[in-house]
Design a protein around this ligand. Structure first.
Ligand code: B12
Length: 312
């Protein structure tokens, strides 16, 4: 169990890293993780996400038997750059906001490493997660009071909106139950607003805060490993990821911008012109996407996405 002094010291270390939105929760029980996992199994899961079928997602404690608590973080990534719905009308395609800057996995890891070292020094165990560990990050974020799940399926924090990355440090500190603040589990804060559901071009949002991953464009233009399947949905102008359900969300209006300049678009990645991309060969595309999350799909994959958009 922690004492208040430990929490104060953790908060001090977080603030030193300029992490302003954070929370604490106890490691979810087997019942919690297993019921989320079971629910997920009953939805249509495309081949690109078949890793979510692995049983360990239902029982992540298998990997970290010592785990007691989780420190959760939300790092904003919004920039002043205009939305896709404003700029892709012409000859441009869209690289989603979360991916046009430096790869967030690396940036968050770097920040969280210092927190991890701090905990180790204090004699605690610690493990960093940024998409690298089988834990459902949105649910632990809800549990620790970082926000609520909107109708677009995303964690929305009332101060920063939904343009945020989630990260965690799992520890063997067990937190006081009272520290699981303000967990709000429903989308009543969306009230009657249905803008995201109406705007989703592939009708991937069910309206209850869940996403049909087999319809979401990102399951294909981000996650697909090989040639795109014939039943992949229309990408419209989305070369990598899709931001439409966040762009129309009122919670993302007039929200603080990221303080990390590395999340600003890298040269050539803000709404690139189709003509410019078509002139590039694989090596040039490789160079263009170096150090970003687009590497996940690889140069060949990005070229396939472009071909699909142009129906070549
Ligand atoms: C697989 C995956 C996807 C799949 C979607 C699969 C799915 N079922 O949702 C695809 C490829 C489509 C995808 C797309 C995107 N993703 Co994604 N994705 C993930 C990943 C790796 C796992 C998510 C998952 O499958 N969860 C399964 C569900 C069952 O659990 P869950 O995530 O906890 O969420 C549900 C529960 O919390 C439940 N719930 C609701 N209320 C409550 C209350 C309580 C108390 C509890 C316990 C649970 C609960 O409803 C939630 C929504 O269904 C996470 C990282 C991670 N390890 O969590 C990132 C993550 C969810 N993705 C992220 C992002 C940024 C995106 C995109 C915006 C990228 C883009 N621009 O294209 C889109 C957005 C699409 C959308 N509207 O959701 C961020 C979300 C940040 C945020 N603000 O929420 C995450 C957290 C990555 C990160 N580290 O920042 N993604």
């Amino acid at each position: 169990m922690h004492n208040d002094k430990t929490i104060d010291r953790i908060i001090f270390a977080l603030e030193k890293e300029n992490i302003k939105t954070f929370g604490f929760c106890n490691f979810p029980s087997f019942e919690e993780t297993n019921s989320l996992w079971q629910r997920l199994q009953s939805s249509e899961i495309p081949l690109s996400l078949s890793y979510l079928r692995k049983k360990v997602w239902g029982n992540p404690k298998e990997f970290v038997t010592w785990a007691r608590g989780i420190i959760t973080f939300a790092i904003p990534y919004n920039t002043t750059f205009e939305n896709s719905i404003e700029v892709t009308k012409s000859d441009r395609v869209w690289v989603s906001r979360y991916s046009y800057g430096d790869d967030y996995h690396l940036i968050l890891r770097k920040k969280l490493k210092l927190i991890k070292h701090f905990l180790l020094q204090e004699g605690f165990k610690a493990r960093i997660c940024v998409d690298s560990f089988p834990i459902f990050e949105r649910s632990v974020a809800v549990k620790s009071g970082l926000g609520f799940i909107g109708r677009n399926g995303l964690l929305i924090n009332e101060m920063i909106g939904s343009y945020l990355f989630l990260g965690e440090v799992i520890t063997d500190i067990s937190f006081d139950e009272n520290i699981e603040l303000k967990a709000v589990s429903d989308n009543r804060f969306c009230s009657k607003c249905n803008r995201c559901v109406d705007a989703c071009p592939t009708k991937a949002l069910k309206g209850d805060g869940s996403v049909n991953p087999s319809k979401c464009i990102s399951s294909y233009n981000v996650e697909w490993r090989r040639e795109l399947p014939l039943n992949a949905p229309n990408f419209f102008k989305n070369l990598f990821g899709c931001d439409i359900c966040q762009e129309v969300c009122p919670y993302n209006r007039k929200k603080p911008l990221t303080e990390e300049s590395c999340f600003k678009p890298k040269k050539g990645l803000y709404a690139p012109r189709i003509g410019d991309l078509l002139k590039m060969d694989e090596i040039e595309i490789e160079k263009l996407i170096e150090g970003t999350s687009l590497k996940r799909r690889g140069a060949k994959g990005i070229m396939n996405n472009l071909k699909k958009i142009c129906s070549l």
